[in-house]
Design a protein around this ligand. Sequence first.
Ligand code: ACO
Length: 399
Amino acid sequence: SLDISTLTRQTGLTTLDYGFVNTAATRSAITYIDGEQGILRYRGYPIEQIAHNSNFLETAWLLIYGELPTASELEDFDNRIRRHTLLHEDLRRFFDALPTNAHPMSVLSSGVSALSTYYQDSLSPKDPAQVEISTVRLLAKLPVMAAYSHKKSIGQAFLYPDNSLSFVDNFLKLNFGTLAEPYEVNPVVSRALERLLMLHEDHEQNASTSTVRLVGSTEANLFASVSAGINALFGPLHGGANEAVLSMLQDIKDSGEGVAKYVERVKNKEAGVKLMGFGHRVYKNYDPRAKLVKESAHEVLAALGVQDDLLDIAMELEHYALNDDYFKERKLYPNVDFYTGVIYKAMGFPTRMFTVLFAIGRLPGWIGHWREMNTDPATKIGRPQQLYVGSPARDYPTR
Ligand code: ACO
């Protein structure tokens, strides 16, 4: 039998597939999605069961290593991560050098990229021991850098991590604690954030994960690959949608135009007007994560005693869209980002931090895919084809 590169060379046939809607670039055993049915499973476990029973680090282990950890494996993993939360002091000067008004996603991708300069052992991506320590360092340090990017954007002093706290509680304290006062973690906020992060942990070959795999296929190290993934996530058609949803809801509120009018503008395809947080390349049914996030939105706002008009506007938008032929015909449903922003806002995160939260959630998936790619003997450097549509050969003009 011929392999695909020989077949391509011999026949001269190439598939033109803008956006890779039908081109599988790999086999993967990590996540299963059935977009028609609205099914999502991590390593075979339904997302609903994960969300209700697991926690962030256990799910991370599952995605990265393939099975649920034993109690002692999880404890050891958690302890190793806690021991690696500190950043090199020089990295603080690195953060100082960036503009205060920088977008936290830009700060985060730069910080992760800079990790390769502090941990040069990571430059041997085929050494399993280096992959292991890079995995732990990333999981430990990304939330700390994320919190630093938040503190920097609001002009507050950085806090050191408190390793007596769990992964999520430490992150909350780093974001909302100050040097002036003790910080008490609100258990409702902690549990809700843990759940949201779990729901974001993996989603097979989305744009950022594919980017991580593509960069990694060149045998670039884990930090370089994840930094590229963070940049891919930044865009409003991907992770940046959670920020864009909140801006959209706020604009609808501020303009007073009303939901029906906004939906009409979406249907008329006015330039730049979309129903952000709606639609998905894979889901042609309700995104199962969106259902769980919507539950959390009501719980968190009620528990925090927050009344937010934006949640009402979001629900009204959803109601309109789900009953409208434009959205029905195109099978457009709320995706994971539709309700997350309302929750993050109630927790006290500024809008510009929303995509950073997505990045922390997605990190285990990126690592799991990078490691799967890195150890799969079938992996080749990612190198798409093109159909050349430019000028035929011509002579350079003599002057
Ligand atoms: N609002 C209005 N119309 C939409 C929307 C939307 N959010 N999404 C898709 N459509 C329409 C398109 O205009 C197109 O209509 P047409 O057939 O009349 O031309 C049709 O639905 C199909 O859309 P495509 O753009 O071809 O779908 P694709 O799979 O390429 O895009 C995407 C998926 C990028 C997610 C798109 O639905 C979108 O832009 N959504 C808004 C941004 C968003 O929420 N992104 C987050 C995605 S989930 C994630 O990254 C976690």
